[in-house]
Each structure stands twice: as C-alpha cells, then as structure tokens.
Write a protein that binds this ligand. Structure first.
Ligand code: HEC
Length: 122
C-alpha cells in the first residue's frame, strides 16, 4: 500500500509541475481579453491571428502579431514599450491613429499576454 501511495504522490507532484508551467486561470482570462482587444481594435493594420478573415488595409510593412511574438527578444515589457513608441513608417500619419498607444495599462498588458501566447513553443 505505501508503495502505491508513493506512486500516486509522485504523479500528483508531476501534475502540479505541469500546471505551474501552463497559463494560470487568471492568465488565460487575460489572454482571452487580449484576443478580444486584438480582433476588435488591431485588425485594420495587423494580422493578429492565423485565421484572420479580413486582411489589414492600412499601412505597409506592419508586422503580424505572430512575427512580433516569434522575435527572440519579445517580452511583456518590450511589447508594452513598443506599443507606446510605435510610429507609422509614413511621416505624415498621426501617431494618435495608432490605438495601442491609447490602451489602458491593463488592456495593454492583456494584449501583450495574448501576443506572447502566440510564440511557437521550442
Ligand atoms: C492604424 C493602424 C494600426 C492599428 C489599428 C494598430 N497598429 Fe500596431 N502598429 C502600427 C504601426 C504603423 C506600427 C509600427 C510598425 C513598425 O515599426 O514596423 C505598429 C507597431 C505595433 C507594435 C510594435 C511592433 C514591433 O515591431 O515591435 C505592437 C506590439 C503593436 N503595434 C500592437 C498593436 C495592438 C495591440 C493594436 C490594437 C490595440 C494595434 N497595434 C493596432 C499600426 C497599427
């Protein structure tokens, strides 16, 4: 009997380790919220997901969220900073047209988590 308990114990601890590396329920809610923001506010200029039906119509050379996620240096911090500092390639276009600079800190964090969730697992 004790042997069975030890086996069950080690299985349970393996499950606990697995759960620790996956997104927590709170993070999953934030990723979903970030996805909502992306599909409602970002699709005019970015491809935000692999199954995006309507291609972006504005601007040229604007990276897809997948490309942004896959860059080695991408982190929640780098995304937060990039969303505030991103500018058009065409100098005449107003930065106020870029919605990511107007997001609340909370929304910016959620959309950053969503972008990070696209990163391909090694
Ligand atoms: C009106 C067009 C437009 C919309 C809408 C838009 N973006 Fe952008 N975004 C841009 C442009 C232009 C850049 C700068 C691209 C570059 O520097 O190559 C950019 C850059 C970014 C970057 C930095 C990319 C990098 O290269 O590091 C992030 C992150 C980003 N946008 C997120 C968002 C999010 C999130 C939304 C929706 C809330 C959004 N964008 C909506 C035009 C837009």
């Amino acid at each position: 009997m004790p042997k069975v308990q030890a086996v069950i114990g080690s299985i349970l601890s393996l499950i606990a380790v697995g759960a620790a590396v996956a997104a927590t329920p709170g993070e999953e809610a934030d990723i979903r919220a970030g996805n909502n923001i992306a599909v409602t506010s970002c699709v005019a200029c970015h491809v935000v997901s692999a199954n995006q039906a309507v291609k972006p119509v504005l601007g040229a050379g604007i990276p897809t969220f997948q490309d942004i996620a896959d860059r080695p240096g991408t982190s929640a911090e780098s995304l937060g900073a990039a969303m505030k500092s991103a500018r058009w390639h065409e100098p005449g276009m107003a930065a106020t047209l870029l919605p990511m600079s107007r997001l609340s800190d909370k929304a910016r964090g959620q959309v950053a988590l969503y972008i990070l969730s696209l990163k391909k697992q090694p």
